[in-house]
Design a protein around this ligand. Structure first.
Ligand SMILES: [Zn+2]
Ligand SMILES: [Zn+2]
Length: 166
């Protein structure tokens, strides 16, 4: 078995379920993903499981719990409130505010901002419009989407991004 040492995710799920959802959430499998780096966490409603990004969250207990709680609000909307299409709608945000108001240590956010930036190793820069975005790996041949669209194209060599290692 690969090394999956770290916090017991099922235990976290059970504890947070009691603390913030009055134990109303159904059991959902929570697992690490070793490859997921674009998002810190994902709730797969169809399969009924939550994946958490190991590269982004291991050894970051506050980010881990914040992310897990975010995904658990999705479970709550979907399975307890029967609103599978809720997304980050009003019901989601109301529950998020309730959790944030109930304690001061962990703040749940709509996006998991803390991660993508922390892991970025490159900045891709468009010389044409000056926009830049952070990436964790270099993607050859990537062109600025905004500039390409403005020129009525999906991709244009003219707007190839410049990569700056961070
Ligand atoms: Zn979400
Ligand atoms: Zn551009």
């Amino acid at each position: 078995m690969p090394d999956l040492a770290g916090p017991n995710l099922d235990q976290f799920y059970r504890d947070l379920n009691q603390q913030f959802f009055a134990g109303a959430l159904p059991p959902v499998q929570v697992r690490w993903s070793t490859r997921m780096t674009r998002a810190a966490g994902i709730y797969y409603g169809q399969r009924g499981c939550i994946a958490l990004s190991r590269p982004l969250l291991l050894n970051k207990p506050e980010a881990l719990i914040s992310t897990l709680l975010h995904e658990m609000i999705h479970v709550w909307c979907h399975r307890v409130q029967d609103r599978p299409q809720e997304g980050h709608g009003a019901m989601f945000r109301a529950k998020m505010r309730e959790i944030n108001a109930a304690q001061a240590q962990i703040q749940v956010t709509l996006r998991h901002q803390f991660n993508t930036q922390a892991l970025a190793r490159y900045q891709a820069y468009c010389d044409h419009c000056g926009r830049s975005r952070l990436y964790h790996r270099r993607c050859k041949g990537l062109a600025c989407g905004a500039c390409s669209r403005q020129a009525g194209k999906r991709w244009s060599q003219q707007f190839l991004l410049t990569w700056i290692p961070l």
